[in-house]
Design a protein around this ligand. Structure first.
Ligand code: SAH
Ligand code: SF4
Ligand code: F3S
Length: 440
């Protein structure tokens, strides 16, 4: 088999990270091995995100820049676009950038090997049709994976929530849950090759089982996954606040393998804005949920997403977001300036706020979060944490892993620790990581 090199550029959410893994595994039998150096690639694949305008613009710039590379390089170099921009723009991408060889939408990854063979023979293709809800195999086939410590397992795809600002339901399609037994089979196979941590993945994992072909509810799936022997830790992402059932919350009290952190995006602290966003819950409901979670697992760390500068957001409404942050005390918060997206409801609203105002609000929010995150990290100093060591740290002589909350912990140690869960005494808390030493 002649070896060709594929360079994958991935942006966006964990769905895309997972899809990139799937792509790499799928193209291996065609002789493609992954490289981290774009200069030596025979195939450059962009796995793209369109959730905010910025991500899309920088991708398009990247593709535009490849025109020269393609005409200069002797021998063949192929350019592929996958993911949410591919889904959104389809044919248009080829029209604007004729040096692109193939465009593969979010429901069409299973066609990629075939498309690539066509591309190698000079035939351009665009595939962006949505799959039927029952197309289980095309959608969810397990990824062939090598031994590793932590692995994503997709449990559902798509989103039916149509938050007014969000393009995801348009580019990922309707919610579909993977068959219960297929999820468990994949987790068991991963456990058998030494995987210790499973991250269950979906746009709205906690509405698993509800839509389309019915499956048991998410909390039942979660219990079953944590019962698989060899699996030591389970996480899940992303959850929607409106679907955090009491049964799911009690899992945090009852399942020791379920890690003590939860990503639960609020998006805003103002009820008027939440309504305009079509989020389906109020500030009070959100805080009530956080209260229940803390009761179930007192040290649970909550992370979230916030949007500032939604159309019509007043200073007082923005301050409600800051006060929500004070009440929740987020461990980490991903925050974004509202970005109008084509086809969404909010794109029709009057986006009347000045850019400076939006940026100033974002700055204030991030400053507050910086303080909260630092206090959380400093709070670890002197404590002992169970750390699952995942690999070598950047610094020589150190290994790196995560504690229960997901925070990265670096410690002095040899590679023999990789895959083990060890007790680590925390010595320092930095902005994004902790430093520790093996408990003696
Ligand atoms: N399903 C997940 C993730 C959606 S996209 C969820 O519901 O949380 C990730 C984040 O991007 C969202 O949580 C939101 O904070 C942000 N986002 C989505 N659309 C946006 C837009 N138009 N402008 C700014 N931020 C946006
Ligand atoms: Fe977008 Fe809302 Fe769906 Fe999340 S729940 S993907 S924010 S529409
Ligand atoms: Fe982006 Fe698509 Fe994920 S738009 S956030 S990569 S679902």
């Amino acid at each position: 088999m002649n070896n060709k090199k594929i360079y994958i550029n991935t942006v966006g959410c964990q769905m895309n990270v997972n899809d990139s893994e799937r792509i790499a595994a799928m193209l291996q039998p065609l002789g493609y091995i992954q490289t981290k150096k774009r200069q030596e690639a025979d195939l450059i694949l962009f796995n793209t995100c369109t959730v905010r305008a910025g991500a899309e613009e920088s991708l398009l710039q990247n593709i535009a820049n490849l025109k020269n590379l393609k005409s200069k390089k002797t021998g063949k170099i192929l350019i592929a676009v996958a993911g949410c921009v591919a889904q959104q723009m389809g044919e248009q991408l080829l029209k604007r950038y004729p040096w692109v060889d193939l465009v593969v939408g979010t429901h069409n990854l299973h066609l990629l090997p075939d498309m690539l063979m066509d591309a190698e023979n000079g035939k351009q293709r665009v595939e962006t049709a949505f799959l039927d809800d029952n197309a289980e195999v095309e959608r969810f086939s397990a990824i062939r994976r090598e031994a590793r410590i932590s692995a994503f397992v997709t449990v559902m795809q798509g989103c039916d929530n149509f938050c007014s600002y969000c393009i995801v339901p348009f580019v990922r399609g309707r919610e579909v849950s993977r068959r219960f037994t297929d999820v468990l089979d994949e987790v068991s196979e991963l456990a058998a090759i030494g995987v210790k941590e499973i991250v269950l993945l979906g746009q709205n994992v906690n509405s698993y089982g509800i839509k389309g072909v019915k499956q048991p509810p998410f909390f039942v799936l979660l219990r079953a996954v944590t019962a698989i022997s060899g699996i030591e830790r389970v996480r899940f992402v992303t959850s929607h606040p409106k679907d955090m059932s009491d049964d799911l919350i009690s899992c945090f009290a009852e399942l020791p393998k379920l890690c003590g952190s939860l990503h639960l995006p609020a998006q805003s602290g103002s009820n008027r804005i939440l309504r305009a966003m079509n989020r389906g819950y109020t500030r009070e409901h959100y805080l009530d949920t956080i209260g229940k979670l803390r009761k179930a697992r007192p040290d649970i760390k909550i992370t979230g997403d916030m949007i500032v500068g939604f159309p019509g957001e007043t200073e007082a409404e923005f301050e409600e977001t800051l006060s929500l942050m004070e009440e929740v005390n987020y461990f980490d918060l991903f925050s974004f300036v509202y970005s109008p997206r084509p086809g969404t409801k909010a794109a029709e609203f009057d986006d009347n706020l000045e850019k400076e105002v939006k940026l100033e609000r974002l700055g204030r929010l991030q400053k507050l979060q910086g303080i909260h995150s630092r206090i959380h990290n400093e709070g670890y100093v002197g404590s002992t944490q169970r750390v699952l060591v995942e690999g070598l740290a950047k610094r020589h002589g150190q290994v790196s892993g995560r504690c229960d909350s997901g925070r990265i912990v670096n410690l002095t140690g040899t590679p023999s620790l990789i895959g083990k869960t060890v007790d680590v005494k925390i010595l320092e808390g930095y902005a994004n990581s902790l430093l520790g030493e093996l408990e003696k």
